[in-house]
Design a protein around this ligand. Structure first.
Ligand code: SF4
Ligand code: SF4
Ligand code: SF4
Length: 189
């Protein structure tokens, strides 16, 4: 097995122990990038607040390292929380939709938005984009036993959808440019 394959399987084994909220509190853009940073030696095993000490113990056991407590610079462990939208103040701008890594917010431009409680991981990524600060965090239900798997599947589908949309937009722009170029081209004598 080559070095790249070994590293890729190492990343996958570490990623399998992470909560998959994609909250970025570890300092990386998601759980898998954090797993890759652990493999490369760039990150420590104690940077994931949603996973907390249980995840650190699991990582320490997998990697044969010493347990070290959660780094407070990355945040603290907290009871489950979910986002709640004050619908009386929501202006339907839809800016909270695409930042949600697990598609837990439903709504359409100019309509009220609401959070699907059973999907929300409490990652808080929807809070900063809201221009009227009408999203707040409230106590939520305990996560399901297979929550990380559900989060991963929802995040994969979210990422696929955004990529498909970006690709369709690229094709549309290319096609419009080609049409404009054809109009400008001098007619054959
Ligand atoms: S759940 Fe943990 S590993 Fe995943 S992005 Fe959040 S802090 Fe990083
Ligand atoms: S609704 Fe907000 S807090 Fe909940 S998962 Fe989506 S972005 Fe995270
Ligand atoms: S970002 Fe805020 S105002 Fe805009 S749709 Fe979402 S909740 Fe409503």
């Amino acid at each position: 097995m080559d070095r790249a394959a070994v590293r890729s399987s190492d990343v996958a084994r570490i990623d399998a122990l992470l909560p998959q909220t994609q909250c970025t509190r570890c300092g990386y853009s998601g759980c898998r990038p954090y797993a890759a940073a652990i493999v490369s030696g760039e990150a420590q095993i104690n940077q994931c607040p949603p996973g907390g000490n249980a995840t650190i113990r699991a990582l320490a056991q997998l990697l044969g390292r010493e347990f070290r407590p959660l780094n407070p610079a990355n945040g603290t462990e907290s009871p489950p929380r979910v986002a709640w939208i004050d619908e009386a103040r929501c202006i339907g701008c839809a800016r909270c939709l695409s930042p949600c890594p697990v598609d837990a917010i439903v709504g359409a431009p100019k309509y009220l938005h609401t959070v699907l409680i059973d999907r929300c991981t409490g990652c808080e990524l929807c809070l900063p984009p809201c221009p009227v600060d009408c999203i707040e965090m409230r106590p939520g239900p305990a996560p399901a036993a297979n929550q990380a798997e559900l989060n991963r599947a929802r995040h994969d589908s979210h990422t696929d959808r955004l990529q498909r949309r970006a690709e369709a937009r690229r094709r549309e722009i290319a096609s419009k440019k080609a049409a404009a170029h054809a109009l400008r081209a001098p007619a054959a004598p």
